[in-house]
Design a protein around this ligand. Structure first.
Ligand code: ADP
Ligand code: ASP
Ligand code: MG
Length: 436
């Protein structure tokens, strides 16, 4: 079994859906994981925000606009009227469902249900299209197997059991099509794995079915050595270890959802990143192998907040850090970077949902300073934080950029630097010039 995940751009138009049909039409068994068509989840987020604000008429006009777009997709995708009307009927059911939320009480669970419709619709379109082309496939509903716990984290053993049960109930097919991103929470409500979560779905499914390979098909030819959105002349990397890929994904390489590498790593399943538009290109293979001592890539993560706690109580004391960390634990807020001095400790977070409460608690221990709008620039490679010369190269590249924090030696794969967001692009470019 292989898992093939296609992202938003890869299913973004009728012609792309047709190309996917050709890419998956091979005899080997596969689970195909789809995102919503590009732009749909953003449109649904906007619709949900109008529903929250009780702007029902505006919301309905956005819903109808999106519905019309899908009717055009159906018209272009299908040739036979039988399949056109079948697909139209199914899509209309989903839009009627979205419209049913134009009521006075719009809640978070309503929002999650609305956001899920993009993936439900894209999978219907591909499955119907395969039927029109007489390619044998079956829909494997993600809501029947993908489960999260009370913290929003996937529950691997339940997912594995559910997916086995769900597959047994389906008619035999060598192509099963399922939705990325969407799941059910412990209350049985529709939920999701956060934005960009279809990669995570693919990795969780791959681990659950013990796939031979997890393929992430996207709009670029693999993981590049720097962020192609900000830096020119980047190039794809042919190999990465799981740890290197995990660091890059976590620290901002958008091509992979931050959590998506771990399930594949735990199950030791290779992950291949491929370009849907240029399937002949090699792409990137992520596996347990890592090659030599070198710098592989640079990534950056925005919206970082730094918190500095100055405390006389730290001086020669033990147990102080535990108290600080407990506050972040209580408010379920992960810490990304940490640096300490004799009298102060600085940490960074990217989730500021509970910042006010965290600061109130921290102030009990000393003077607290907060800086926001920062970016973590992260240099990733193999053994780079344990070998001679790499630190010098990194700091030389950044000699004109004020650095707020440095994390070096936390793992051998990563050197992280905290800068003002305004310096991010300059830092990425300068590191690119000096390191590659
Ligand atoms: P999909 O919709 O297929 O999930 P995404 O937009 O989420 O695709 O991810 C692909 C995009 O990630 C690329 O178009 C590219 O702009 C961006 N990206 C950021 N950093 C990197 C990187 N290091 N390597 C490759 N792509 C990257
Ligand atoms: N459709 C979802 C999003 O746009 C999930 C994904 O594309 O991975 O965030
Ligand atoms: Mg993505």
């Amino acid at each position: 079994m292989i898992v093939m995940k296609f992202g938003g751009t890869s299913v973004g138009s009728p012609s792309r859906i047709k190309e996917i049909a050709s890419l998956i039409n091979s005899p080997d068994n596969k689970i195909v994981v789809l995102s919503a068509m590009a732009g749909t989840t953003n449109a649904l987020v906007e619709i949900a925000s109008h529903l929250y604000k009780k702007e029902k008429a505006v919301a309905l006009s956005f819903i109808e606009e999106l519905e019309m777009d899908y009717y055009l997709v159906v018209d272009e995708l299908f040739t036979k009227s039988e399949f056109k009307s079948k697909a139209l009927g199914k899509i209309k059911t989903h839009f009627d469902f979205i419209k049913s939320f134009a009521v006075d009480m719009f809640t978070l669970s309503g929002e999650k249900a609305v956001l899920a419709q993009g993936e439900l619709i894209s999978t219907i379109l591909l499955n119907c299209y395969l039927q029109e082309r007489k390619i044998n496939s079956a829909l494997l509903p993600a809501l029947d197997f993908m489960r999260t716990d009370g913290s929003g984290e996937p529950v691997a053993n339940e997912i594995k059991q559910n997916i086995e049960n769900a597959l047994q109930k389906l008619p035999p097919a060598n192509i099963y099509i399922t939705q990325g991103f969407i799941c059910r929470n412990p209350n049985g409500e529709i939920d999701n794995l956060r934005r960009g979560g279809s990669d995570y779905s693919a990795s969780l499914i791959g681990a659950a079915v013990e796939a031979e390979e997890i393929q992430i098909w996207t709009d670029i030819d693999g993981m590049h050595n720097n962020d192609p959105r900000y830096v020119g002349n980047t190039h794809p990397l042919s190999n990465l270890s799981f740890d290197e890929a995990a660091e890059l994904a976590y620290f901002g390489a958008k091509i992979l959802h931050p959590s998506s590498v771990l399930p594949a790593k735990m199950a030791n399943i290779p992950v291949r990143l491929k370009n849907t538009m240029k399937p002949g290109l090699e792409g990137t293979l992520i596996s347990s192998q890592s090659d030599g001592i070198n710098i592989k890539a640079i990534a950056a993560k925005d919206n970082i907040t730094a918190i500095k706690i100055n405390s006389g109580r730290m001086l020669l004391a033990y147990g102080f850090l535990r108290k600080v960390f407990e506050i972040f634990e209580t408010y379920k807020t992960p810490i990304d970077m940490i640096t300490t001095s004799e009298v102060a400790v600085s940490v960074t977070i990217d989730n500021t949902d509970n910042l006010t409460e965290i600061l109130t608690e921290l102030k009990k221990y000393g003077r607290v300073e907060v800086d926001s709008n920062l970016s973590i620039v992260c240099v990733v490679g193999n053994f780079i934080a344990e070998s001679k010369g790499y630190a010098l190269k990194v700091f030389d590249a950044l000699k004109n950029i004020p650095i707020r924090m440095i994390s070096y030696g936390g793992s051998m794969h990563n050197v992280s630097l905290l800068v003002n967001k305004g310096f991010k692009i300059e830092a990425l470019k300068s590191l690119n010039d000096k390191l590659f």
